[in-house]
Design a protein around this ligand. Structure first.
Ligand code: ADP
Ligand code: MG
Length: 309
């Protein structure tokens, strides 16, 4: 059995075009694995394919091709077990207005075949802060309460994996903090968490690992710290006027001599300014004939991401 919580192999999804529309390739061969026990972030701009991916995991959208394995169960060979292993908090508020929170949890538990004796609606209501509203009609609940109820519904069958599709998009700070606390507590109990977001900040705050998805493709996947480290990584290439004998040294600056005689200086723009780098070059007695800086490849991706909100 695989040690991954989720494994996707060359997963493609092509939506048939609506009336007169061309078909849409929403996922273009996704390979992705999510380790058990992690908080994994799927980060990408609107239209990237995040919900399509989540909905395939949830069994709500049929993939066009590829393999999906959930908690070691192949989705096609073991549809029942793979479905039982995952709980999904959807992006949209799709609650029946005539159910109470307790009723909604009980119905959901019934759908998943959870026997009455194994249900824990009171505990869920307490966790999502809806004990007081247990018997109120869903239509009388605020937007934030409904969202918390959606989280509760995803938990009724005690899934190994919890998937949240943009859990905090458009919510206020207080609710965002509360959802984050819930997610952390569930992860601390051993639940694997996968969340999608188009907020870089949320991924940074919550996730151990991140995959960046753009136009149906995974364009980067790394630990959060590596990814964020790479984001502000810079390289300055200095062509000296005369051959270099001593490399510049400075805190936070890694210098190397390139084959063509240029000096490459690597640094992070958040902690070191370009001016400081130039000063260390001059301090090493190097006179500069030409200089240029290079940014990490991901910078463009992230600029696109953060400006598309
Ligand atoms: P995200 O969640 O990252 O915003 P989606 O997975 O919702 O992205 O959408 C990915 C692409 O697929 C978008 O271009 C979207 O318009 C398209 N799409 C999503 N659902 C459908 C559908 N049911 N029919 C046709 N196209 C769809
Ligand atoms: Mg979406």
């Amino acid at each position: 059995m695989s040690e991954d919580a989720i494994r996707l192999e060359t997963v493609r999804k092509t939506y048939r075009g609506r009336k007169g529309q061309p078909e849409k390739q929403a996922l273009k061969g996704i390979d992705l694995s999510v380790p058990r026990g992690s908080v994994f972030g799927l980060l990408g701009p609107n239209g990237a394919g995040k919900s399509t991916l989540i909905n395939i995991l949830a069994g709500l959208v049929l993939k066009t091709s590829g393999k999906v394995s959930i908690w070691g169960f192949d989705q096609d060979e073991n549809p029942r077990q793979s479905r039982a292993s995952i709980g999904v908090m959807p992006q949209e508020l799709n609650l029946d207005p005539f159910f109470t929170p307790r009723g909604a949890l009980e119905v959901q538990a019934g759908l998943y075949g959870v026997p009455k004796s194994d249900r824990y609606s009171d505990e869920i209501l307490r966790m999502i802060g809806l004990e007081d509203k247990a018997e109120a009609y869903a239509r009388t609940l605020s937007g934030g309460m409904r969202r918390r109820l959606l989280l509760g519904k995803a938990l009724v069958h005690r899934p190994s994996i919890l998937v949240l599709d943009e859990p905090t998009a458009g919510v206020d700070i207080e609710l965002r903090q509360m959802l984050w606390e819930n997610i952390r507590a569930l992860n601390a109990q051993g639940m694997t968490i996968i969340l999608t977001t188009h907020y870089l900040e949320e991924a940074e705050e919550m996730c151990d690992e991140i995959a960046i998805i753009n136009q149906g493709e995974v364009v980067a996947r790394d630990s959060t710290s590596n990814l964020l480290g790479r984001l502000d990584a810079r390289a300055m290439v200095v062509h000296p006027a005369a051959p270099v004998t001593a490399l510049p040294t400075g805190v936070g600056i890694a210098a190397e001599l390139r084959g063509d005689g240029a000096v490459v200086l690597r640094y992070h723009s958040q902690s070191t300014s370009a001016e400081e780098v130039l000063e260390t070059v001059r301090a090493a007695g190097i006179s500069i004939r030409d200089v240029k800086t290079e940014e990490a490849d991901l910078e463009d991706v992230f600029l696109a991401l953060t400006s598309s909100v």
